[in-house]
Design a protein around this ligand. Sequence first.
Ligand code: SF4
Length: 241
Amino acid sequence: MELLVGGWKPFSLVDVQGAITFTVWACGCNLKCPFCHNWRQAEWMDCAPFLEERFLNDLMESREFVDYVHLTGGEPTLQPELVKKISSLSKSNGVPFSLNTNCTTKQALELIRLADHVAFDVKVPFPALSGLDGKAGAVWETFERCTDELAKSGKPVEIRVPVAKGLTSKHVDVVKRIVYKFDPEKARVVVNPLVGPPLTEPRDEGWCKEHCYPGRMDEEEERFWASQFPEYKVKVKRWIE
Ligand code: SF4
């Protein structure tokens, strides 16, 4: 099967917290998150074949300056051969490989082993944030297994928490339970308040009107999230200051 990507950016300061990355966007995704900004690529639109030679040329020019090649999406594990290819090209050129996965596919359970660093979201409430509604149960079980495996592996991880308006303490407890699977020395928590148009172009604007923040969280809510994981390094993201 042809390997399909949305493109890549040889230098990025915004894809992994505190790191410079060479970021590659994979096409396709198994989830339907209503807040997704990359939904076109997730739906296999705006995609092009992966051109290895061009990728290698760009990697050669940037490899001394980047901390990771970061493969994101979409959901990269829908194209296992792409994950293997990018992992191998990165490592053979001396650049550690970082994988952003939603950790909800069977393939992810295997492919996380190839990564030197893994980023994943904790989407809570999962049925609404994954867009799977009534079909979310088995997929969440895979997510639990994937995060168990990752925690056991001891790899460095970035745990991203997309926050919709109106989460309850029950939801926060689920996020904490997932975060606390990980060694605080190996995990960084990034809290992402979900924002809607005009700052973003989400898959479901109607959903976002109701559940996304107009710009940023108020300061009290930011402080709340910043204090929830005292043993961990936590960053609460702001789209606008
Ligand atoms: S998992 Fe990521 S790429 Fe897939 S639909 Fe959700 S936000 Fe979009």
